[in-house]
Design a protein around this ligand. Structure first.
Ligand code: AMP
Length: 289
């Protein structure tokens, strides 16, 4: 595995593998099994696997955790190499943004809901940095976790509306044994919070069961999920929403593929989770676009 820090070096390395397929896994590092599941899939499907590690300041709000976001480059390098990454791209902020940006992406669809509503500008930052990475790396396939399902929906719009010749692979959320979705941010949780955090997945499963049992009324499902969270967690609910997926339109009834998504705040942490369901309640775990 080669660790690469500049765009020029990245381009030189990619010139050496022209004609071979390139799979790309973008991350912010502090790797866990969720990230590594993306690498494993990329390894199976491509000749060359590129991972980037970049905590992108553009996608953090002024009161968010950019500064304290967990970082451990030595450990990330070891894990990336063990799992078959060929090129590990770790640019600094200066490498990615040498000047103040003179042009930025603005996401105009699917951002007035879910995390887009509570994190204004977040998906603009994601779309901007991914546009840069897609141009630098020019992958054949890019791998994302459906843990961040709104991000996957936005990237899908980016790739389709800006004609990137990239196949998108959205992969299942990897969870801890008790159901908590793995996340670099789980280190922010206190012992007590960590214990009750499994509630989020339980609440989603409760919503799924309602759909499986034939419930179609979105308001009713959302209400039940909210109540379950309130009764089992000492957290503030940011949102519980059920929308069409990947369009992210508001719906009244479960008649198409939907996402049931939750976000809560603790004192030092914000947790998100979701499940994507077909109209009969079966979970959709992988999406290829
Ligand atoms: P991040 O480093 O948090 O920006 O995540 C990088 C990529 O890993 C994104 O595509 C995430 O959706 C994905 N990812 C993060 N957590 C998980 C998880 N628990 N299961 C599967 N994919 C994940």
């Amino acid at each position: 595995m080669k660790t690469i820090r500049t765009i020029e070096e990245m381009r030189d390395e990619l010139k050496k593998v022209i004609g071979q397929s390139v799979g790309y896994v973008p991350t912010m590092g502090y790797l866990h099994e969720g990230h590594l599941s993306l690498v494993k899939r990329a390894r199976k499907e491509n000749d060359v696997v590129v991972m980037s590690i970049f905590v992108n300041p553009l996608q953090f709000g002024p009161n968010e955790d950019f500064e304290r976001y967990p970082r451990d480059e030595a450990r990330d390098k070891r894990l990336a190499e063990q799992h078959g990454v060929d090129l590990l791209f770790i640019p600094t902020v200066d490498v990615m943004y040498p000047n103040e940006m003179g042009i930025e992406m603005k996401v105009t669809k699917g951002t007035d809901v879910l995390c887009g509503r509570s994190r204004p500008g977040h998906f603009d930052g994601v779309a901007t940095v991914l546009t840069k990475f897609f141009h630098i790396i020019q992958p054949d396939r890019a791998y994302f976790g459906l843990k961040d399902a709104q991000q996957f929906a936005v990237v899908n719009t980016l790739v389709s509306h800006f004609n990137f010749p990239i196949q998108l692979v959205g992969l299942p959320t990897v969870r801890e044994e008790d159901g908590l979705a793995k996340s670099s941010r789980n280190v922010y949780l206190s012992e007590e919070e960590r214990k009750e955090a499994k509630t989020l997945y339980e609440a989603l499963k409760l919503g799924q069961k309602m759909v499986m049992d034939g419930e179609k009324d979105v308001d009713l499902i959302v209400q039940k999920v909210k109540t379950y969270i309130t009764e089992h967690m000492n957290a503030t609910i940011d949102y519980v929403e059920m929308l069409s997926y990947p369009e992210l339109n508001e719906i009244k009834r479960v008649d198409e593929q939907v996402i049931l998504a939750v976000a809560i705040y603790y004192k030092n942490a914000r947790l998100i989770d979701n499940i994507i369901l077909s109209p009969d309640g079966k979970q959709v775990e992988t999406i290829i676009r």
